[in-house]
Design a protein around this ligand. Structure first.
Ligand code: TRP
Length: 374
């Protein structure tokens, strides 16, 4: 059966390769050689796909400005999956991106049945504070809420005008073909998200400029639609958009396998979790590719393809390629035991979490530099 993708359901992906083929997403490896100083996620294939990223790589190489836009639905705890996305856009900010971060509070209000006030608090306490602690800078950063685009009326009008005029460039049948069963809340979310993606290129913001949107594949329907609508609006002569580019990252695996999700506390490691609790969580729940007995393990070795601790080290916590290769060799040959592998991850995590949580507290007096500026 074809992979099914729904932007509002938390499905896991079985086969990324196959999904790319079906969706027409290009492998990231085809642009990797063009990226100056690729990020860890790019090098290790956590970012596996892209559309039109060549344009962005070119800009990075020539030190020309470009836009990075991402959106978040403020829900629950900020965990390692969110950290991955944040690391990536902070990497892009450090390499010349003008960073736009959209708090999709209108989408969350309509789709998740929460109040706007609560959503705003979560966005700041869980997301913004962690972003700042991870290294997000106020310069070249536009952090906004869908419910409150800007105090500058020209900017605000341009954004909401965009939401309003998009609907004429897509038919009901196209919408149904892309999204299946529709609700008023979904329709509003779609048009708002297309406006999110395109509006940085309006004259009131940056003007026409290559824009990259890092997303999980579940958001690809929105990316394709935004690219389509950009082309149609260009034809009217009233707009000039670069087709938005995108990168696609794998979903972070949950501790027990499956997907890391804020709705299941045993699946995630939150950046505010107490390091001691995290250690216990990993020892107890992290899915192991080790064998049942030590003898078996020494003889046959562990399976890195399913071992969650190995994968966390590989995708986020051991940047040194040589060390990583040794861990793989040791574990697969049985020289390293599952408990020892978990121990390695716990040490990395304990250090990271302790330092991060200090930075997060200090980040509080930076919040005003990101919110309510214009
Ligand atoms: N729909 C996205 C989510 O579910 C949030 C979002 C809103 C978004 N606007 C966006 C993501 C623009 C990327 C670009 O998380």
């Amino acid at each position: 059966m074809a992979e099914k993708i729904d932007p509002w359901e938390q499905g896991a992906v079985k086969d990324y390769r196959r999904l790319m083929k079906e969706f027409g997403i290009e492998p990231f490896s085809s642009v990797l050689p063009k990226v100056p100083q690729p990020s860890l996620y790019m090098r290790r294939g956590v970012i596996f796909g892209q559309r039109d990223f060549g344009k962005i790589a070119e800009r990075m190489k020539n030190r020309q400005p470009f836009v990075m836009l991402t959106g978040l639905m403020p829900s629950g705890k900020f965990h390692l999956g969110h950290k991955m996305v944040a690391d990536e856009f902070i990497y892009l900010q450090e390499r010349g991106a003008k960073v736009y971060i959209c708090v999709a509070d209108i989408e969350a209000y309509n789709m998740r049945d929460k109040g706007l006030k609560e959503l705003r608090e979560t966005a700041i306490e869980e997301y913004l504070l962690n972003y700042i602690a991870l290294g997000l800078k106020p310069k070249n950063c536009d952090f906004y809420f869908q419910s409150e685009r800007s105090k500058d009326a020209e900017k605000s009008n341009a954004y909401y005008r965009m939401v309003g005029i998009i609907s004429r460039r897509v038919t009901m049948n196209e919408m149904k073909a892309i999204y299946g069963e529709l609700t008023p809340g979904k329709m509003i979310s779609v048009f708002t998200q297309v406006a999110d993606i395109l509006h940085p290129q309006l004259a009131q913001f940056e003007g026409k400029m290559p824009t990259v949107v890092p997303v999980g594949v579940d958001q690809d329907p929105h990316i394709k639609l935004a690219r389509d609508i950009a082309a149609k609006l260009n034809k009217t002569g009233d707009f000039k958009f670069e087709a938005p580019s995108a990168t696609y990252h794998e979903f972070m695996k949950g501790l027990k396998g499956g997907k890391m999700s804020s709705s299941d506390p045993l699946s995630y490691i939150a950046l505010t979790d107490d390091p001691k609790t995290v250690k216990a969580k990993i020892m107890k729940y992290a899915f192991s590719g080790g064998k049942d007995s030590i003898e078996e393990h020494r003889k046959h070795g562990g399976d890195t393809k399913v071992d969650v601790s190995y994968q966390y080290l590989y995708s986020q916590f051991e940047e040194d390629d040589k060390k990583m290769a040794k861990i793989k060799a040791d574990y697969e040959s049985g020289r390293m035991l599952s408990g020892e592998l978990k121990q390695l991850l716990c040490e990395k995590l304990e250090k990271f979490l302790t330092e991060h949580q200090e930075k997060r507290e200090k980040a509080r007096d930076q919040v005003h530099k990101f919110i309510g500026r214009d």
